[in-house]
Design a protein. Structure first.
Length: 276
C-alpha cells in the first residue's frame, strides 16, 4: 500500500480513541453526528459517578486541567476529581479505572494532543490524554485559549463524547467540543455537551469499570505515529481516523487532527466518509 502526503490547514488536536469491538466499516461519520462514540461508556451502577483524572502534567498545565475537571463535573451524571498521576508523561501509560493526563515534548509528530479510551464490550475501562509541548511551546499555540480548548476537549473524549462540529470556518458553537480557528469562545462545555452525557449515561450497569486499578492488566493505547495506528478508515478534511484490531474484542481507533502546515500520511485506497 503506497502512501502519499499532503498539508492541512489550521488545525486543533489529535484525538486517539481505543475501541474494543466493531469493524472499520462501523467507524464512519454517523458517530460524529451523534456527538458520542457509538455506545461506549464507563460501566457504573449508579449516577452520578466519580472518575479520577491522574495529574501527570507540569505547572504550565495544572490550571487548565483544574478548570476542565470543574467544568465537566457540572454534568448531572458524572463528577471528576484530580488525583496524583502514576504515569510516565513520555508514555502516559493508561491505568485501568481512571484517566491519566500527561504533557511532554512528544516531538514534531504533527499533532497537538491525543485522547484515548480502552474498552471491554461497550464499557470504557481506561483513558489517557497527551498534550504535545513541542507545539504548545510555540507562539501560535502557547495561549490560554488554545491550552484550555485542547485540555477540555481531550478530557471530554475520555467520557465517550465526540465533536459537535468539525468545520473550522463556521461560527463557534461556544463549546470545547467544536473545531475552530479561533478558540476564544470555545474553551468550556455547553448545554448540549451535558445533555449528550445524560443520553450516554441514561442507564446504569450491573458492574462498574470505574476505579478498577489493582490487579488489572495494562490496557493497550495509541502510539505517537501513523505506523502505530493501523489502517486509515475515515477522513474529513484535516482529520483522519485509523483502526487497529487487537483481536479478542479489542481494537484501537485513532482520530487525528493535524497542526497547521503539518504533513499527514494518507492511504491512497482509504474509504472516505463525508459528513452530511
Amino acid at each position: 500500500m503506497r502512501m502519499k502526503h499532503f498539508a492541512f490547514p489550521s488545525a486543533l488536536i489529535l484525538s486517539a480513541l481505543l475501541l474494543g469491538c466493531g469493524s472499520a466499516e462501523d467507524l464512519g461519520s454517523a458517530e460524529q453526528h451523534a456527538h458520542k462514540w457509538g455506545s461506549y461508556h464507563w460501566g457504573r451502577t449508579s449516577n452520578p459517578f466519580t472518575l479520577k483524572l491522574g495529574d501527570n502534567v507540569s505547572s504550565a498545565w495544572d490550571s487548565y486541567l483544574s478548570v476542565a475537571s470543574s467544568d465537566w463535573t457540572k454534568s448531572t451524571v458524572l463528577n471528576t476529581t484530580i488525583v496524583a498521576g502514576s504515569a510516565n508523561p513520555q508514555t502516559c501509560n493508561a491505568t485501568s479505572g481512571r484517566v491519566q493526563v500527561c504533557n511532554a515534548a512528544y516531538g514534531n509528530t504533527g499533532w497537538l494532543g491525543i485522547a484515548g479510551i480502552s474498552i471491554s464490550g461497550s464499557h470504557i475501562v481506561s483513558g489517557y490524554v497527551k498534550l504535545n509541548d513541542t507545539y504548545f511551546n510555540t507562539a501560535q499555540y502557547n495561549t490560554p485559549a488554545w491550552r484550555a480548548l485542547v485540555t477540555c476537549q481531550e478530557v471530554g473524549h475520555t467520557f465517550g463524547l465526540a465533536h459537535q462540529d468539525e468545520n473550522f470556518n463556521n461560527t463557534n458553537l461556544g463549546t470545547c467540543m467544536d473545531y475552530t480557528n479561533s478558540p476564544s469562545t470555545n474553551q468550556h462545555p455547553n448545554s448540549h455537551d451535558y445533555n449528550m452525557l445524560q443520553t450516554i449515561y441514561s442507564h446504569t450497569d450491573s458492574t462498574t469499570t470505574v476505579g478498577l486499578v489493582a490487579g488489572s492488566s495494562p490496557p493497550p493505547q495509541a502510539g505517537n505515529s501513523p505506523e502505530e495506528w493501523g489502517e486509515m478508515v475515515w477522513s474529513n478534511g484535516p482529520m483522519s481516523t485509523y483502526w487497529r484490531d487487537f483481536g479478542d474484542g479489542n481494537g484501537l481507533r485513532t482520530e487525528v487532527f493535524w497542526v497547521p502546515d503539518g504533513t499527514a500520511p494518507v492511504h491512497e485506497d482509504v474509504h472516505v466518509h463525508n459528513n452530511e
